[in-house]
Design a protein around this ligand. Structure first.
Ligand code: MN
Length: 258
């Protein structure tokens, strides 16, 4: 099994190393990751600047590793399009240092990298733990390897990719694994005014809203000590509610008359 590993925390991140060393036990791993922190770059892809790539010292002994001056999405595109010439079976992104739940997902670079794999028709997993020194890092790595084996057996439907989050608990305290939906609007963005020696600027502070109440959501699962797995797809308009019947004709008539 050939596995591409990427992340958004950069090539030196501890989570990337933990993931790579576990996956090395079950397949041939290639690491292609940003050369620096690329958190919250979401689905960004560099269409108007050069993508520079350097082969670097193996992240884990024996694992071909590349550092990319670009976004997590760029890493996956350049890996699949140029750096890896044979077939890739699976792409795993992480282990991210920081949860990617609910409204985190559209801005997460970890998920953005997995999305590119999905858009290339490959199975993909984004996997995250709550903090930088979270106890579940090893557990997350083991879970990624188990999921990789299942995916190798063809368990995953073709039209989804996985967003996996672990609670901040030692392995023995984790309650179980739940298949979840993304929580809706779980943050408030506060725009703070700050000052840099006479130069005012703004700083975004994400504040968590109240504890989750919907038991189907990823935030509820993780807050209650479970591992959350959300099945994602790129079809942003899927199952949207209907709009009034004559909205389009009304708008068009108004546009004509204007
Ligand atoms: Mn990150």
């Amino acid at each position: 099994m050939k596995i591409l590993v990427s992340n958004d925390d950069g090539i030196f991140a501890q989570g990337l190393r933990a993931l790579t060393s576990e996956l090395k036990q079950i397949g041939q791993v290639v690491v292609v990751a940003p050369d620096r922190e690329q958190a919250a770059t979401g689905t960004a892809v560099s269409l108007h600047q050069p993508i520079r790539v350097h082969q670097v010292a193996p992240v884990v002994p024996g694992v071909e590793s590349y550092a990319v001056r670009g976004t997590p999405g760029d890493c996956v595109i350049v890996a699949l399009g140029k750096l890896i010439t044979d077939r890739v079976d699976l792409v795993i992104c992480g282990i991210n240092h920081g949860a990617n739940l609910g409204d985190d997902v559209p801005i997460s670079g970890t998920v953005g990298a997995a999305l590119q794999a999905y858009l290339h028709g490959l199975p993909a997993i984004a996997i995250s733990v709550p903090g930088s020194n979270s106890p579940p890092l090893d557990t997350a790595a083991k879970l990624a390897a188990l999921l990789a084996k299942e995916i190798g057996l063809g368990v995953l439907p073709a039209n989804v990719f996985l967003n996996v989050n672990l609670p901040d608990l030692p392995p023995a305290k984790i309650g179980g694994i739940s298949i979840t939906h993304l929580a809706d609007r779980n943050y408030t963005d506060v725009v703070e005014e700050r000052d840099d020696g006479g130069y005012p600027y703004y700083w975004f502070v994400r504040q968590k809203k109240n504890q989750a109440t919907d038991k189907q959501t990823d935030t509820w699962a993780v807050e209650h000590g479970n591992i959350s797995i959300t099945l994602l797809h790129a079809n942003l308009d899927k199952s949207s509610p209907p709009l009034p019947d004559n909205l389009c004709s009304d708008l068009f008539q108004q546009l004509r008359a204007s």
